[in-house]
Design a protein around this ligand. Structure first.
Ligand code: SF4
Length: 124
């Protein structure tokens, strides 16, 4: 039979258990998931959500709103409108290495040498 005193004890016991779970659960979750992130970092693998980066500057995401507005494609061969033109032959392009470079339109991002967009302008 339950009386007021037993109910308080029961409540206190439940409270202590819940507090223990609230304290331990984040620690366990951090240990399980945090260790994987740490191992991934140690291996030098980029997190899945991070944009591809090269030399500290991220590659332009073709889904970027400005990229979409100028019909940017990573491979000019897949864009008939490009008519063989691509970033490497564009006046806005600044070669960084064999496959990437900067673009005046996309400051702070790298574009692919084989990419193309509707703002392509013949290199002088
Ligand atoms: S403006 Fe030129 S360099 Fe920039 S994304 Fe378009 S084609 Fe490539």
């Amino acid at each position: 039979m339950m009386n007021g005193k037993m109910d308080r004890r029961g409540f206190f016991a439940t409270f202590v258990k819940m507090a223990g779970v609230a304290f331990i659960a984040p620690t366990v979750l951090n240990t399980v998931f945090g260790s994987e992130a740490h191992a991934q970092k140690k291996r030098g693998a980029a997190p899945e959500a991070a944009p591809a980066a090269k030399g500290g500057m991220p590659l332009l995401d073709p889904n970027d709103s400005v990229a979409k507005a100028v019909k940017y494609v990573a491979d000019y061969k897949k864009a008939p409108e490009a008519k063989g033109n691509h970033c490497a032959t564009c006046g806005f392009y600044g070669k960084k290495d064999a496959t990437t470079g900067t673009c005046t339109i996309f400051a702070g991002k790298l574009v692919l040498a084989d990419a193309w967009c509707a703002s392509w302008n013949k290199k002088a």
